[in-house]
Ligand binder design. Structure first.
Ligand SMILES: *Cc1c(COP(=O)(O)O)cnc(C)c1O
Length: 379
């Protein structure tokens, strides 16, 4: 075994001098929030993914909440998502009083299985929230076909997949609404931040309203005078600041370099583990070009994952496990979800391990992680 001199996290941001300068310039400008940088950032993201509209939010979770509001989710509605995701993909449904229904995953791509979605549809189903888990787009053609047939809204959780491609096109226009997160471990960062992109003017207007207290200028308020506005629904203050948007604009310029680096690292891992039967590398659908937010392997059933995890951590290698099946959490257990409802996901979870992948890593870092892991699984 060879210990790394410093702890290597599974993911982290890469901030350079022009990111810092951009934020400083914005600090000196008249607007710290509700200024021009937000619109500029929204336009840049919309252009990048080829969508008509984008609405920036204070974080990805708030953005998902906004999308569920725009989709009209309410008590009594069922929304289908995957159990192998961060809790926010399901929690956003709960914020609106809806019921979360978990559909099992495909054991090779780790993404929600379209056949399992179909099995979970009832007359109460209102929406689907597929997640582009690890950065690999979910099987969106099949999911949109199911949605069309059953008149469902699709909110794609693209927290991992900004810049990823499905059938040659960037994630962002397959679903009715798509969310990207800008948390520091995500493809680009604004510290905290999120966005919804959509081609629907109706959703766009609702997303704007919900982000800013439910306040708008109505025909009546215009009649009253320039100061007048009306609060027409109960919204939140979910606004992104101009500081965040400025950082996002600067980071977006580097996204292609980041993606290139992540793809190279994934390729190095794939090569290293190709002939190691104890390690299953993540399968990629031919139609997808992942953004490689996470690199996740499956360990052989006979291997003690916890032991490998602890021994890798002892070498300063920040392995992790993404994610605990959402309905295993006490909050969902207390709502009555039983363990065992998504057996493929649970079996996958028992064997899953996340290896470090981010643009700061050198080839040597990657080789060291691979070498240590191979040595451990061989013993
Ligand atoms: C990070 C993440 C979110 C939430 O994004 P935040 O910006 O952290 O609120 C939602 N879904 C998934 C899959 C995520 O990884």
């Amino acid at each position: 075994m060879e210990k790394l001199p410093e702890f290597l996290s599974y993911g982290r941001q890469l901030i350079d001098e022009d990111d810092i300068q951009t934020v400083i310039e914005t600090l000196r400008s008249p607007f710290l929030t509700q200024g021009p940088k937000i619109k500029e950032f929204e336009q840049a993201i919309a252009d990048y993914v080829g969508a008509k509209y984008a609405v920036a939010y204070s974080n990805g979770t708030a953005a998902l909440h906004g999308a569920c509001y725009a989709a009209g989710i309410e008590e009594g509605d069922e929304v289908i998502t995957t159990p192998i995701t961060f809790a926010a993909s399901a929690n956003c449904v709960r914020y609106m009083g809806g019921t979360v229904v978990f559909a099992d995953i495909d054991k090779e791509t780790y993404n929600i299985d379209p056949l399992e979605i179909e099995r979970k549809i009832t007359p109460k189903t209102k929406a689907i929230i597929p997640v582009d888990f690890t950065g690999q787009p979910a099987d969106m053609d099949k999911i949109m076909e199911i949605a069309k047939k059953n008149n469902l809204v699709v909110i794609e959780d693209g927290a991992h997949s900004l810049g990823a491609e499905y059938k040659g096109e960037k994630v962002g226009t397959f679903a009715d609404m798509t969310m990207f997160s800008f948390h520091p471990v995500k493809p680009i960062t604004t510290a905290e931040g999120g966005i919804i992109v959509t081609n629907s003017e109706e959703f766009y207007k609702k997303l704007l309203l919900f982000r800013s207290h439910g306040i708008e200028k109505t025909p009546y308020s215009l009649e009253q005078g320039d100061w007048y506005y009306e609060m027409t629904d109960l919204g939140f203050n979910y606004r992104m600041t101009d500081l965040q948007a400025a950082l996002g604009l600067s980071q977006l310029n580097k996204l292609e370099t980041f993606l290139e680096r992540r793809r190279k690292i994934a390729q190095l891992y794939n090569e290293a583990f190709k002939k190691i039967p104890e390690i299953t590398i993540p399968k990629q659908l031919e139609a997808t070009n992942s953004g490689w937010h996470l690199y996740m392997i499956q360990l052989d059933e006979k291997i003690d994952r916890k032991e490998i995890f602890n021994k890798m951590r002892a070498q300063n290698i920040g392995v992790h496990v993404h994610y605990i099946p959402v309905y295993w959490h006490p909050y969902y257990q207390n709502l009555g979800y039983e363990k065992g409802i998504c057996p493929v996901a649970e079996n996958w979870y028992d064997r899953a391990l996340t290896l470090p992948i981010h643009p700061n890593m050198t080839d040597d870092d990657v080789q060291l992680v691979a070498k240590n892991l191979i040595e451990l699984v061989k013993n």
